[in-house]
Each structure stands twice: as C-alpha cells, then as structure tokens.
Design a protein around this ligand. Structure first.
Ligand SMILES: NC(=O)c1ccc[n+]([C@@H]2O[C@H](COP(=O)([O-])OP(=O)(O)OC[C@H]3O[C@@H](n4cnc5c(N)ncnc54)[C@H](OP(=O)(O)O)[C@@H]3O)[C@@H](O)[C@H]2O)c1
Length: 234
C-alpha cells in the first residue's frame, strides 16, 4: 500500500487547470460528487454533498470544456442555468438530452443564457414540444427512440465541440459509459454518509464486464477526496 498524497495536500495548493487539462482532440469527461456511501443526492439534489472546493473544481472543469452535456431530469431538478463564462473563457453551450422534451421553454436554462442551448432528442419526440423548444434552443435529433450517444457526440464534434463535460445524472452517464464513450471521470467523494436508496453513479443496466479505470490523481480538501480516473479502453 502506498500513500497517494499527504493529507493536507489541498486543491488550492495545486494548479487545477493544469492537472485537469484534457488532452487534445475529442474527449468526454464526467464530473460527479458522491457521499462516502455512494449517494448522488441529498433531498433530491447534489448540493448537499458539495463543498467550496468541489464548487471551485466544478467551475474549473467548465472552463476547460467546449460543451456541458446534461440529462433532462438533472436539468429539471437542479433548475439548471445556461452558459456562463468561467476564468475569462467564452461561455460554452449547455446541451440537454431528452426523449420526452418535457422541458419548460421559460426555464432558466433557456432564458438565463448568453449562448443558445441545444436539446438533443429523438425523432419520435412530441411535435408540439419540439416546436415550442425550437424557439429557444437548437433542437437536434440523434436517434429514433433513444439518443444514440456516439451519434450525438459526432454531432457535437462536427460543430467543433470536442471537449465534452457530462454533468450527469446517473441515467445519462450510464448511457455514455455503456456506449464506451467515457474517457475521464472526475469524482468528488464527500466525507458524509447519506443513506437512502437513491441512484449511485450509474443507474442503467449492469456493465458486463465492468469497465476498468486507472487512477490519475487524488487530491484532498477538508476531507473531500478528488479523484481523477481515466477509462481503460479495451
Ligand atoms: N451527485 C452528482 O454529482 C449529480 C450529478 C448529476 C445529477 N445528480 C442528480 O441525479 C438526479 C437525476 O439523475 P437521473 O439519472 O435520474 O436523470 P438524468 O440522467 O439527469 O436524466 C435522465 C433523462 O435524460 C434523458 N435521457 C437520458 N439518456 C437518454 C437517451 N439516451 N436518450 C434520450 N433521452 C435520454 C431522458 O429525459 P426525458 O425524461 O426528458 O425523456 C431521461 O429521463 C437528480 O436528482 C440530480 O440532482 C447528481
């Protein structure tokens, strides 16, 4: 067993933009915070697990991506806002993945933004909702009944959006991992036990065989562990 970091090696002593810089070319990263017992929410949202350092990292990761990819349930429950500028970089679009298109065109995501968001959806989505959302977002099909993740990532890359930051939730991340598309997982482990029976990091079907990960670094701040793990592609 070896010590990966001296306790007290806090992220504020580390150049986060440097140690989290994605490689050149297409890259898909996920960022999640979990309790020590694996919960992804407290009271239905993730804010109860987060810390100042975790919020700092959230902003740094946003400053390093070209696009934020999020599932519709997370956007609805967390009342997602639109694009923001981080560290002086131009704001990047938020892309919501939705089959139902049950998204309010008046939601902050669509109104409180300087960059037009995207909605990635399916050909079978309801026509009336598609028409309403088309007034406030780029509504793009990437599948018949389910958004095909590789096809969706190709569409983003064709628009020059190579560095994708997936902010969840567990159902969307499951689809991304099952498609073999995840390169990098930035996982914050909060020093709390949350209990309950909510979703873990992945909410989809069991992955057979499990996907191996390689640890890139571990940082710590005030008891929260910050793991950067990369997917070992077969
Ligand atoms: N701890 C953390 O870091 C963290 C991060 C993110 C979220 N969360 C929490 O996770 C919860 C939500 O997660 P969730 O797993 O239930 O939902 P989610 O992944 O955020 O969203 C699921 C929804 O996204 C759409 N979707 C996902 N994959 C799709 C596909 N391949 N094709 C078409 N549509 C697709 C569907 O939208 P429609 O229903 O519109 O069809 C689906 O119902 C929230 O409570 C949030 O607070 C925690």
């Amino acid at each position: 067993m070896r010590q990966l970091f001296p306790v007290g090696n806090r992220p504020d002593g580390v150049d986060l933009a440097a140690v989290y810089a994605p490689p050149a070319g297409r890259h898909v990263r996920a960022n999640f915070v979990v309790s020590t017992d694996g919960a992804t929410t407290v009271g239905g949202v993730s804010s109860g697990l987060s810390s100042d350092a975790d919020r700092d990292l959230f902003h740094v990761l946003r400053s390093l991506c070209d696009v934020v990819l999020v599932g519709a349930t997370t956007a609805r429950r967390e009342n997602y806002g639109g694009a923001r500028s981080y560290d002086g970089r131009p704001p990047v679009p938020v892309v919501v993945v939705s089959r139902s298109l049950d998204l309010d065109p008046g939601a902050r995501l669509f109104t409180d933004t300087t960059v037009r968001p995207w909605v990635l959806t399916v050909a079978s989505a309801p026509a009336d909702r598609r028409a309403a959302l088309s007034a406030v977002a780029h509504v793009v099909d990437a599948g018949e009944h389910s958004v095909d993740i590789p096809a969706a990532l190709d569409l983003l890359a064709d628009a020059g959006l190579d560095h994708v930051l997936c902010e969840g939730g567990p159902h969307l991340l499951s689809d991304v991992v099952a498609a073999g598309a995840l390169d990098d997982l930035c996982l914050s482990v909060a020093p709390v036990l949350a209990g309950g029976a909510g979703d873990r990091l992945l909410a989809g079907m069991p992955l057979m065989p499990p996907v191996p990960l390689r640890i890139e670094h571990v940082l710590e701040d005030s008891g929260t562990l910050f793991l950067r793990l990369s997917t070992v592609h077969g």
